[in-house]
Design a protein around this ligand. Structure first.
Ligand code: F0G
Length: 458
């Protein structure tokens, strides 16, 4: 039996859910071209599209927002933000930005030249896009399981592979090593402290900076305390502090582990680089003490960063994901194990072997869940990460056909997840009947956000 968990908070403000009828759901799907990004949120009952910017703020965060200082320069809210981020990370320089990808754009356009290499356990898709935008190359090197047994720290950087790269002729082109904690693209798997230390040593040896994409730093720290006996006695906050101090700098989307609806940050030790980043910030984001955010956002973020490392909250979050994953598995969905904290990933290719990857089994599952119960999940397979074959052949497939059931922070209760589990069981029971999809029209890049699709009739 999985451990019983309950939400370690009570609910003070509520928002009604929508319950579209089956006819409304079918019409919504047709109107949206079977693309769930195109369905209006008012026609969704449970929205598990993303854990980004979708969290519920605490009473203390709302209270802090009321004292937001909206001064253009040097606002008191910036001082609070700077001091909270500085205490947590130990970095001297703190630069607010409006969200994670803005941080990535500033960092990579200051750090990389055309032909340079950024190497990471896994670059998130916007991270990769920002590396490539400057004409540089993003290389992913994540550990893989030799026995097919799931790894405790499946987010670890493959240190041997990175060492070989750094020792090779291409080594001199490597300008940064990036650890994404947790590894979102790889199933929300954590990076171990041993791996962070090994990456640090490697970066020292080759004189390359070590950066963190710390968007889910607190969840990574909690999973370290759960999975590494050497860290079991430490608080997640202590683990997070140690992690930041092993790197030279970080950026983060604060829409995740700051439990804020908008925000991002760059924090680092190198003051000369920080000056260059601030110059770019002022040109494209905003003055260096607000970076595209309102004073009230800075307040909500500062408070959220203090709350998110609470052990009770993080334990609940990990338990909720584990329980949800186990129940979905019980309902007949092939779940990727072990679960992390922010989502459960389902292997749609295993559930729907009759649908070839070029007909998007992940999208087939996601559409079926919407049609069944107005649940929105996210395809992370060939629709999102595959590519059109330039030679006109079938689409180039993604490595996996996953559907992500993301868990917004502090938003849905166990009962809401029970509703999803019940709908998933119904869909799984009729999985053989689910149709594949073909693309009717698609843009040249990031097609999963706006492509139109149609079911393939049997
Ligand atoms: N890095 C990671 C690891 C992310 O997961 C994301 C966003 C970003 C950077 C970009 O941050 O959205 O604030 O610009 N992930 C979201 C998701 C969109 O649904 O996983 P952003």
């Amino acid at each position: 039996m999985p451990p019983i968990f309950m939400e370690p908070f009570r609910i003070k403000a509520v928002e009604p859910l929508a319950f579209p009828t089956v006819e409304e759901r079918q019409l919504a799907l047709t109107n949206a071209g079977y693309n769930l990004f195109r369905i209006p949120a008012r026609q969704i009952t449970i929205d598990l599209l993303t854990d980004s910017g979708t969290g519920a703020m605490s009473a203390s965060q709302w209270a802090a927002m009321m004292s937001g200082d909206e001064s253009y320069a040097g606002a008191r809210s910036f001082e609070r933000f700077e001091s909270v981020v500085g205490d947590l990370t130990g970095y001297r320089e703190v630069i607010p930005v409006h969200q994670g990808r803005a941080a990535e754009r500033l960092v990579f356009s200051s750090l990389l030249e055309p032909g340079d290499i950024s190497v990471s356990n896994t670059h998130f898709d916007t991270t990769r896009a920002n590396v490539e935008h400057v004409g540089a190359q993003a290389i992913d090197m994540v550990v893989s399981s030799e026995t097919n047994e799931p790894l405790e720290f499946g987010g670890d950087l493959d240190i041997d592979a990175v060492t070989k790269l750094l020792e090779s002729e291409d080594g001199s082109r490597v300008r940064c090593v990036v650890l994404t904690i947790t590894n979102n693209a790889g199933g929300g798997q954590p990076v171990s402290m041993a791996n962070v230390r090994a990456a640090r040593a490697l970066c020292d040896r080759f004189n390359v900076p070590l950066w963190l994409d710390a968007s889910r730093f607190a969840e990574n720290a909690y999973l370290v305390t759960e999975r590494d006996p050497d860290y079991a006695h430490l608080s997640p906050r202590a683990v997070a502090e140690e992690t930041f101090r092993l790197a030279d700098g970080c950026w983060a989307s604060l829409k995740k582990d700051a439990i804020a609806n908008m925000g991002g940050v760059i924090a680092l030790q190198d003051s000369a680089l920080a000056e260059r980043l601030r110059q770019l910030l002022i040109t494209t984001e905003g003055f260096s003490t607000y970076g595209g955010l309102a004073g009230r956002d800075l307040e909500a973020i500062a408070q959220g960063l203090l709350e998110v490392t609470d052990t009770e909250y993080l334990r609940y979050r990990a338990q909720a994901a584990r329980w949800f994953g186990a129940e979905l598995e019980q309902a007949g969905l092939p779940v990727q194990n072990p679960t992390g904290c922010h989502a459960v990933y389902v292997d749609a290719a295993a559930l729907l072997p009759h649908i070839p990857v070029q007909h998007f089994p992940g999208q087939a599952l996601a559409c079926a869940l919407y049609e069944q119960a107005a649940i929105r999940t996210c395809e992370l397979g060939t629709l999102a990460f595959g590519a059109v074959d330039p030679a006109g052949g079938p689409d180039i497939a993604a490595p996996k056909e996953l559907v992500r059931f993301a868990l917004p922070r502090r938003v849905y209760t166990r009962n809401h997840l029970e509703y999803v589990i019940e709908a998933a069981a119904t869909v799984a029971a009729k999985s053989e009947e689910l149709p594949g999809y073909s693309i009717v029209s698609q843009p040249s890049a990031l097609r999963h956000f706006s492509a139109h699709l149609a079911p393939i009739s049997a």
